[in-house]
Design a protein around this ligand. Structure first.
Ligand SMILES: Nc1ncnc2c1ncn2[C@@H]1O[C@H](COP(=O)(O)OP(=O)(O)OP(=O)(O)O)[C@@H](O)[C@H]1O
Ligand SMILES: [Ca+2]
Length: 913
């Protein structure tokens, strides 16, 4: 029998799969394998087909009644009427399907955007590709924090530990190795295999893909991945509930209208069957028109469109609800490195016992000089400096690259480490040569809890480890210090001098790393960092500059104006952090800085108070981040928290909005996060908050518009019946109004541009109801104004045209549509008048209004006017019709002005701390 992957040595697996450890697969080979094996994705359940979606639209009870009623009228001979009603209902359903499909598509597109990626060797180079493009035989690199993207056979493992709970249920990470195994151990014990969708929690390694897609262990179990239902957002839930209540109220009102109508009719003598029928159809049509059943779908569309806009501005929202929450954010906790700073490190200072050196040069370009007292140094005379450079180049996973022709230097890996490689180059140490001369035997990878990294080398015929890390941590592990090429015990005086040098660099905003070494007689296991990173000999310090991002300063300013407190959280030294935070305007005073140690010493109460006034948390570990989020939330803040490292996931999960970094972030943080910032930039988060606020107010706008339009329709019929007037609008006319105004102008309001004061208001309280007092007043005023105008026009026409009902209904019909579409302009802002916003600044609204107007003309002119039972208004009627159409708009604008004047002026909020 053919041997299984775990039974073969790694090298045989590579040969078996026709791959190459160094060069990986070629593009041509990948193409052919892709067509053979297909994409590396688990199958999803197919979505509902169009026709099913269409049918679903008719699940609404009322619509069914309406259809039934039309069929009945069809039977009794009202042919044209019933057909028109049925057609309108179909159009409505089609619109519903269209909206749903649009929402679905937008969500789909976003899901693709945040798809996982893998680092793979192809055509001899390391590239990052979407994991779905992996094929068997691909050589991939494994890193802590990544998902294993397919089933793989481990080739190299540097302490790779994998959490396989999703497959085996075992929550303790398993250590992986490359050794071949005998027999048929259970999955959980196949230590040389990695399984799709499990998480690397620690270490680094290399592996070869042996199975993809449904051909993986998880694929075998899952068979078919259920499409994850997008959970409704709080707003959608609120709206759905609200809509239900509104629906019941509408039904009640329509029933009352029907009852009053019957009663009034009875008083005027017996009602004819056709009159009862009209009354019934009117009540049902009114209910159908007035119940805003499409509201949740429109909200989804607006949210999804908003997500697409945000994606163009580098923030990828992973969950719909996050778009809403963004608008309420009151604290943004941000990493320093890369988010507030450029993450373009350059070593500018070096320190070896009692000596300070400066380094010239820019960025990753390895051209520059190491100087002391303005004189270039000779490394032969500075053995400690030479060792410092070699140690920092060897204990390093970054690589320096140049795209030869234009001498554009870049690094692969961690920028901090990249800076060290560059510094090494400036001192004449070429990294590849150095690593060949002193090969790495083992390593303990960096982690932000330990704040150190260690590698073991064969160094001039002996075993030597190099450790680099945060100076304060490293120094506490040192017992010796270098002294002109040899070493001696570390003294208190040495420590003071090192700390002084460290402080000096840090206060100039430099990030400082320390390097140390230790010689060993036997090769240690390197599994327990405590045992190895000990009794070290201090070599020196390297200070590197990481300039703040320029745009962040403005973003911080915007935050403060918007009642949002920016907070820096960093693993770096407090002095470095303070220097940068001060430059960015996050803090002004060093009393606003706290360290992880200080946090540890606090009582729960002190901690809770401290988070209110602290602008910088330095030297913190991922556990501190969790505690900071918890306390801020305990103080009723809505918190956004950024993270990139393996251990940041818990903090991201705890935050109201977890923000993962697109460039430096690990798979796990991206998976946990609600939002991924693709350019790692703090300013992008602020832009997203702004967008979140805009989206929320836009939703408010169209809810307001839709409800006041629908309410006005109910009021028109209600009062007409109450006063014993003829019914001013026919069922088909009501349904048509609903179709014409609900769809286009309302949607256009959902994509309004931002109002000038969005970022000058306080964050919205998430408990605040969508329908606040202002909105309720506005809906009341506007719907009454529309209803009064329509009824006025109806009565005027009755009087002016000798009680001709058809003319009067046409007047009511035209006025209802025109008043509603002019009111859409008033709905564009709660604060600003339509005149201030300008009438042409929302082209979608203008388009929607124009379309509505064309549909209106179609229903009063030409062949359709017969179906809608309207007369064709003449040139003499239009001046009146157009003049009255602006009345409700003006009334609304006036009310807005009154409310605006009486309300507190829009202001800037001073932020504590
Ligand atoms: N590759 C590395 N090797 C050794 N030590 C490192 C390495 N990277 C960082 N350090 C040290 O560990 C400390 C903490 O690093 P960590 O990545 O947790 O936070 P940070 O990058 O400084 O800040 P932020 O949390 O804002 O990104 C650093 O200040 C530095 O002293
Ligand atoms: Ca970091």
């Amino acid at each position: 029998m053919k041997k299984q992957w775990h039974q073969l040595p790694a090298s045989s697996v590579v040969t078996e799969l026709n791959s190459d450890l160094e060069h990986g697969l070629s593009s041509a080979e990948v193409t052919s394998r892709l067509s053979q094996y297909g994409y590396n994705e688990l199958q999803e359940k197919p979505r509902d087909p169009m026709w099913k979606k269409f049918i679903n639209q008719f699940k609404d009870f009322l619509v069914l009644i309406l259809l039934a009623a039309s069929v009945v009228s069809l039977a009794v001979g009202e042919l044209a009427d019933s057909l028109v009603i049925i057609t309108i209902v179909m159009l409505n359903a089609a619109l519903g399907v269209f909206q749903e499909a649009k929402a679905e598509k937008a969500l789909e597109a976003l899901k693709k955007m945040s798809a996982p990626t893998s680092k793979v060797i192809r055509d001899s180079v390391v590239t990052t590709i979407p994991s779905r493009e992996l094929v068997p035989g691909d050589i991939i690199l494994l890193d802590a924090g990544d998902y294993i993207p397919a089933d793989v056979r481990i080739i190299d493992s540097f302490n790779v530990k994998v959490q396989e709970a999703s497959l085996t249920g075992e929550s303790v990470p398993v250590e992986k190795s490359s050794e071949a195994l005998e027999g048929e151990p259970p999955l959980a014990d196949r230590h040389n295999l990695g399984f799709m969708s499990t998480v690397i929690t620690y270490g680094r390694g290399k592996a070869i893909v042996v199975g993809t897609a449904m051909n993986t262990e998880i694929g075998k179990i899952a068979e078919m991945l259920q499409t994850v239902e997008e959970e409704s957002t709080p707003l959608q839930k609120k709206l759905a509930e609200f809509g239900k209540g509104l629906g019941i109220a509408c039904l009640a009102v329509c029933a009352i209208i029907f009852a009053i109508g019957l009663w009034k009719g009875q008083q005027d003598g017996a009602l004819a069957f056709s009159e009862v029928q009209l009354l019934l159809m009117t009540s049902i049509s009114l209910a159908v028109a007035a119940i805003p059943e499409g509201l949740p779908t429109v909200v989804t569309i607006v949210l999804a469109l908003g997500m697409q806009r945000m994606a163009k501005k580098n923030s990828i929202m992973k969950k719909l609800h996050a778009v809403e929450t963004l608008g309420s954010i009151s604290v943004i906790c941000s990493d320093k490195t890369g988010t507030l700073t450029q993450n373009q490190m350059t070593v500018v200072k070096m320190f070896t016992p009692a000596k300070m050196f400066t380094v010239s040069g820019e960025g990753y370009n390895p051209v520059g000089q190491i100087m002391r007292d303005e004189q270039p140094v000779d490394l032969v005379r500075e053995p400690d400096l030479a060792l410092l450079l070699r140690g920092s180049v060897l204990c390093n996973d970054a690589q320096l690259k140049s795209s030869d022709a234009d001498k554009n230097w870049s690094i692969i890996g961690d920028p901090t480490e990249g800076a060290l490689v560059v510094a090494g180059c400036k001192g004449g140490y070429n990294q590849p040569q150095l690593t060949e001369k002193f090969p790495r035997l083992q390593e303990i990878p960096f982690d932000s809890g330990r704040k150190m990294m260690t590698t073991l080398h064969k160094f001039d015929g002996q075993l030597r480890i190099f450790t680099k890390g945060a100076p304060d941590v490293l120094l506490s592990r040192c017992t010796g210090i270098t002294a002109d090429g040899t070493s001696r015990p570390l003294t208190e005086k040495d420590i003071a001098a090192i700390q002084e040098a460290n402080k000096q660099m840090a206060s100039h905003a430099l990030r400082v790393l320390a390097v140390a070494y230790r010689d060993l007689d036997v090769q240690p296991a390197m599994t327990n960092p405590e045992e190895v990173e000990n009794q070290l000999v201090f070599i020196g310090l390297l200070g590197m500059i990481d300039p703040p991002r320029i745009e962040v300063k403005d973003a911080v300013e915007v935050c403060k104006g918007a009642g949002i407190r920016p907070v820096m959280i960093t693993g770096d030294h407090p002095d470095t952090a303070f220097a940068i935070a001060k430059e960015l305007g996050i803090v002004t005073n060093s009393t606003q800085v706290l360290t992880g140690k200080e946090l540890d010493a606090m009582s729960a109460d002190e901690f809770k108070k401290a988070v209110e006034t602290t602008g910088v948390f330095a030297r913190v570990s991922p556990e501190h981040k969790v505690a900071i989020v918890e306390n801020l939330r305990g103080n009723h803040h809505i918190v956004a928290m950024t993270g990139d490292g393996v251990n940041d996931a818990p903090a991201l999960k705890k935050a109201d909005i977890g923000v993962a970094m697109g460039i430096t972030g690990t798979d796990v943080t991206k998976e946990t996060a609600d939002m991924v910032v693709s350019d790692d930039n703090f300013a992008t988060i602020v832009t997203a908050v702004e967008e979140g606020r805009v989206i929320y107010t836009n939703i408010k706008k169209f809810v307001y518009f839709l409800l006041s339009c629908n309410a006005s329709e109910v009021l028109v019929i209600f009062f007409a019946i109450l006063f014993g007037w003829p019914i001013p609008l026919l069922p088909i006319q009501l349904l048509w109004v609903n179709l014409v105004t609900d769809a286009f102008p309302a949607l256009a309001l959902g994509v309004e541009k931002k109002e000038p004061n969005v970022m000058r208001l306080k964050p919205r309280d998430p408990a605040e109801p969508l329908m606040d007092k202002t909105l309720k007043i506005m809906i009341g005023v506007q719907s009454i104004a529309i209803a009064a105008t329509v009824l006025g026009a109806f009565q005027y026409a009755l009087a002016a045209y000798n009680g001709d009902l058809e003319i009067a209904r046409t007047f009511a019909f035209v006025t209802l549509i025109t008043t509603q579409i002019t009111c859409a302009y008033a709905a564009r802002s709660e604060y600003y008048s339509a005149f201030a916003l300008g009438f042409f600044s929302n082209k979608f609204l203008n388009g929607g209004v124009a379309l509505s107007f064309v549909l209106l003309l179609l229903s009063v002119y030409g062949p359709l006017h017969l179906l809608f039972k309207t007369i064709e208004p003449g040139i003499h009627e239009w001046p009146f019709l157009l003049a009255v159409s602006v009345i409700p708009f003006l009334v609304t604008e006036f009310t807005k002005w009154l409310l605006h004047v009486s309300a507190k002026p829009v202001q800037s909020f001073e932020v504590k701390g």
